[in-house]
Design a protein around this ligand. Structure first.
Ligand code: ADP
Ligand code: ZN
Length: 704
């Protein structure tokens, strides 16, 4: 048999060159033809010459038409191949988001960087590369070299202390989650495509997901878990490790380049079976992906705002369909988009309605800040102060939430009216005292030292700070509860994930009594001894004109309130607001998420906004305000009349300019069943913006 194969191969010593179409990771949707004498298949990664450079690309089609003077493929990477489902996903992603196919490919992987990694690390000697070739788990070598260094592993192999078998993986499950009857029942309702697991914080969504993963892993497939924020990776790793001792892949923008290659290799070769990552992990190549879970699916961080605009959750759903694998969306506060999909039976729906064990939902108290006389000197109402004091006596932890970093949001001179503002953005500078006194722009990050006197009138005594952030709340707490150990949790104070991790551990170890935090604390963290939550400014988002502000506020408040009483002690939540009668607070008080979502949906329906219509935002931006405005008007006129399409704007973006750039935005709207993407693509194909302007197209914009 083997002889036959050999003859077959030998009978064609000079294979006829084949012409192939290759997709390159460049900002374009074009394919490029190459010839190759090395056999390739669709989905193979290849190294090709491109102009004066050498690029990698993906083989998209075989038997492309013959063109004279074709350049030749330099190398074919055999370690990994894109599956038909994955290729269909890439195509769908580009079609839907209007991101050029080449740019989509660029998000997949720095493929050669990763595929060439072991050889660069291992500096292959002949004996070493032979072993590498025989090993069913080449990633294992990488793992060992990473952990012990090349020289030691090399010696081990040469001394034959180590055989390939020893280095391959076994079954890594140490135990299985023991589910409650209710959880077990919901596990049975998880469907083969998209399933929404809805459940209040602490109901056991994570536990159900872990139980579901087991079968996927037992079948030898990979599991991808998406989290909205890097800081949540660690928590998921710990949860997964309760049951699973195998290698875990990690993928997010905070990885060092060494770690990127290491994890990238493990993910690509299938050595890592569980991968925990931020949204970009949804675009990676996997060796054998078996399911995707999206934690906190409602979270706005899944939408990539800078760079190619895509929504991590939507891509996960789409990838699930294309690769025929299940996708689990999890949240206590479903996004309106998902809620709409649930109502239209597009997703299977599983509800966990009770907290696990004895944990109860916190009782919510609404406090009217008009009656309770809140001022910039007294941010906390009397009932909230008393509750904090009581909690301190009981030695239970409290959390105060205010969604503003720093001390105050405006530095103003009462004598001449001077206000410190950012030179690049139309925004006042915020005052920060920690880690050192500074004025900072929360949009572009511009910083300057805090002046001692007014730069305009030189007055020294007339300077005031307006508004309040975490630092000011901290100051107030320390003034009336000097014995309390307080801790600020904001991105300024916990500036990197290590620092944040340490602080979170200190909180778990009861080293603090009162936490004062921004949005950073709202997400997924579990503090068993935390029983009191205070929302200092419950109104913060209601004044925005944005149609999504209500939804966002509800989600944040629900998350923050959900931090209370996750252990055995019931919790309390105090919300300070000036709009006691606002439906949002009424629903929140009754923990009536469905009621709230329905009311929001009705508003969206009334004003013809998503999820009832299809919406795209087109933004023209540039340094010169006038040409930005002119071109946005031209763009609007360029769209052909169409009874299915409505075009709104152009209107200036709310913060204009931002980082010195002016932005004008058009909204293009159509019924849901209309191919809006085709209409936009065709229009933009014949519209050119000058090189000094930029045009950004965003399907399903997050802000509208
Ligand atoms: P969610 O993801 O819905 O917020 P979790 O899965 O984190 O909820 O569960 C909340 C807490 O209850 C966690 O500490 C978890 O360990 C515990 N828990 C939930 N279900 C179970 C179970 N079946 N067995 C043991 N502990 C559980
Ligand atoms: Zn700025």
């Amino acid at each position: 048999m083997s002889a036959l194969i050999d003859t077959h191969v030998n009978s064609e010593p000079f294979p006829k060159p084949e012409i192939i179409s290759v997709l390159l990771p460049i900002h374009s949707s074009r394919f490029f033809s190459y010839k190759t004498t090395i056999p390739v298949r669709i989905g193979n990664c290849v190294k090709v010459p491109f102009g004066s450079k050498v690029l990698w690309g993906m083989v998209w089609e075989l038997g492309a038409p013959l063109v004279p003077n074709l350049k030749e493929v330099i190398e074919v990477y055999s370690q990994w191949i894109g599956s038909p489902g994955f290729i269909a996903f890439l195509r769908q992603c580009s079609d839907y988001t209007l991101i050029p196919l080449g740019s989509v490919l660029r998000m997949v992987f720095p493929v050669p960087e990763i595929l060439e990694w072991p050889s660069t690390v291992l500096q292959c000697t002949p004996s070493f590369s032979n072993t590498l070739r025989e090993c069913p788990w080449p990633g294992t070598f990488a793992q060992w070299v990473f952990a012990y260094g090349l020289r030691r592993v090399h010696t081990w192999i040469n001394n034959a202390h180590l055989s390939c078998k020893e280095m391959s993986t076994q079954s890594f499950f140490c135990s299985t989650p023991f589910l409650t009857d209710h959880q077990e029942a919901s596990l049975g309702h998880i469907g083969s495509s998209t399933t929404f697991i809805e459940g209040i914080t602490g109901a056991g969504k994570t536990e159900v997901c872990l139980a579901y993963m087991k079968d996927v892993l037992d079948a030898g497939k990979q599991v991808l878990i998406l989290v909205p924020e890097i800081s949540l990776c660690q928590q998921w790793i710990q949860r997964v490790q309760q049951y699973y001792s195998g290698p875990i892949g990690i993928w997010h923008s905070g990885l060092s380049s060494k770690a990127r290659k290491f994890h990238g290799w493990n993910i690509l070769t299938g050595y890592a079976s569980v991968i925990i990552g931020a949204r970009s992990a949804v675009m990676l190549g996997y060796s054998n992906l078996g399911m995707i879970a999206v934690d906190e699916e409602h979270d706005g961080s899944y939408k990539q705002a800078e760079g190619p605009p895509y929504h991590g959750r939507d891509m996960a759903v789409s990838r699930g369909y294309k690769e025929s694998i299940p996708c689990l969306l999890m949240s206590a506060t479903p996004s309106l988009e998902s809620y709409w999909n649930i109502q239209h039976n597009r997703y299977s729906h599983v509800i966990l309605s009770q907290r696990y064990g004895n944990a109860q939902l916190p009782k919510i108290h609404l406090l009217d800040i008009k009656q309770e006389k809140v001022s910039s000197k007294n941010l906390l109402t009397l009932p909230l102060r008393e509750a904090l004091q009581q909690n301190l006596i009981k030695q239970e932890q409290s959390l105060l939430f205010i969604n503003r970093r720093g001390y105050g949001n405006l530095w103003i001179c009462y004598q001449c009216g001077f206000r410190a503002s950012c030179g690049s953005c139309s925004i006042w500078l915020s005052v920060h005292y920690l880690p050192h006194p500074i004025l900072i722009c929360h949009y572009c990050g511009f910083k300057m030292p805090l002046p001692k006197r007014c730069p305009q009138c030189l007055g020294e005594k007339s300077l005031r700070i307006w508004g309040a952030g975490v630092e000011k709340v901290n100051q107030e707490v320390q003034s009336f509860l000097p014995q309390a150990r307080t801790c600020i949790l904001s991105s300024d104070v916990c500036s990197n994930s290590k620092l944040l991790q340490t602080t979170l551990e200190e909180i778990q170890n009861q080293q603090y009594d009162i936490l004062i935090g921004t949005q950073l604390v709202a997400k997924g963290h579990h503090f068993p001894n935390l029983t009191l939550v205070g929302i200092v400014d419950g109104d913060f988002a209601l004044s925005h004109l944005d149609l999504r502000s209500g939804e966002r506020l509800y989600q944040v408040l629900c998350q923050v309130v959900g931090r209370a009483g996750r252990g055995d002690i019931p919790g309390n939540a105090y919300i300070q607001t000036s709009q006691l009668q606002h439906p949002l607070f009424q629903y929140l008080e009754r923990h009536h998420i469905q009621g709230f979502l329905q009311e929001e949906l009705d508003t969206r329906k009334k004003y013809h906004f998503p999820p009832y219509v299809r919406l795209a935002a087109l933004t023209v931006s540039g340094i010169d305000e006038n040409s930005v405005h002119q071109y946005s008007l031209l763009l609007k006129q360029h769209f052909p009349q169409n009874t299915s399409v409505e075009i709104l704007g152009p209107a200036p973006s709310p913060i204009n300019p931002l980082r010195r750039r002016w932005r004008w935005r058009l909204f293009v709207k159509s019924p849901k069943n209309y191919r809006l993407q085709d209409y936009i693509r065709n229009t933009l194909n014949t519209f050119t913006v000058p090189s000094w302007l930029r045009l950004h197209t965003d399907m399903d914009p997050y802000d509208f």
